[in-house]
Write a protein of this length. Structure first.
Length: 249
């Protein structure tokens, strides 16, 4: 196939972006590193890693499959839904959230951020009692800048907004941010990758390790395959290199 370039904060993240976009696992890819990249602050001022990728033909895949896929024990999911829900359940018994204060803090903080960035952004902020979270949806003409590569800027913005909002509250509230249904579209892409990987594991009868992903992305992979009769998933490695392994049960 024609070679394509992918980027990310690290070479591993660029490779993950390639597997998600092309719908194949990394063992089916040939790639060369164009730029190793360097870190920045909150995704700003950084120099991203860039790789040039092509998909191997079936013959090449057969020759290399033994080297890059290993048998793995059947282990249940390591990161269940309780990862986040346990914390929200424990907080249900705490005193009520000052919703007006939370909304105002979020709006004031984000308005100042977008003003400094010279971006025109409309904010739709609502409070969700069920999981004690502040849902912030953004719209405007330049949402691609806010999303960033693979949602990195959006994730960073959500993180610092969470800090800003909770700094003025007595009770913790979780901040969730999205724009143009990016989270939904990203989730669908990861679920498609999970199904493709599961099919490969069933066919080859060998486990497959995905590239390093953040906790949210790993949970999406786990949930997508949790009811599969033939494969199981678990995570291994340390952050920021922690990744999901898909294996036969």
């Amino acid at each position: 196939m024609e070679k394509r370039e992918f980027s990310g904060r690290t070479v591993d993240e660029a490779l993950t972006a390639a597997t998600v976009e092309l719908g194949v696992t990394s063992d089916r890819l040939d790639y060369e590193i164009i730029e190793k990249g360097s870190s920045g602050f909150l995704g700003l001022g950084s120099k991203e890693a860039v790789i040039r990728v092509s998909i191997k033909d079936d013959a090449a895949e057969a020759e290399t499959s033994e080297a890059i896929a290993e048998e793995a024990p059947a282990v249940s999911n390591e990161e269940p839904a309780a990862y986040s829900e346990e914390r929200s359940d424990s907080r249900r018994e705490e005193k009520a959230v000052d919703v007006d204060s939370a909304v105002n803090s979020a709006r004031e903080f984000l308005t100042s951020v977008f003003s400094a960035m010279d971006l025109e952004v409309e904010l739709d902020i609502s409070y969700e009692e069920e999981d004690r979270s502040l849902s912030i949806n953004m719209s405007g003409p330049e949402m691609g800048i806010i999303i960033g590569k693979r949602g990195q800027t959006l994730d960073s913005l959500q993180y610092i907004t969470n800090l800003a909002v909770n700094r003025s509250l007595d009770t913790y509230v979780r901040v969730k941010m999205d724009t143009e249904d990016y989270r939904k579209r990203r989730k669908a892409t990861l679920e498609n990758l999970a199904r493709n990987v599961a099919y490969k594991v069933k066919r080859s009868k060998r486990s497959v390790s995905l590239e390093a992903m953040n906790p949210y992305e790993r949970r999406v992979i786990h949930y997508a395959l949790q009811h599969d009769e033939y494969v199981t998933t678990y995570s291994e490695g340390d952050e920021p290199y922690r990744h999901v392994v898909v294996a036969l049960k």
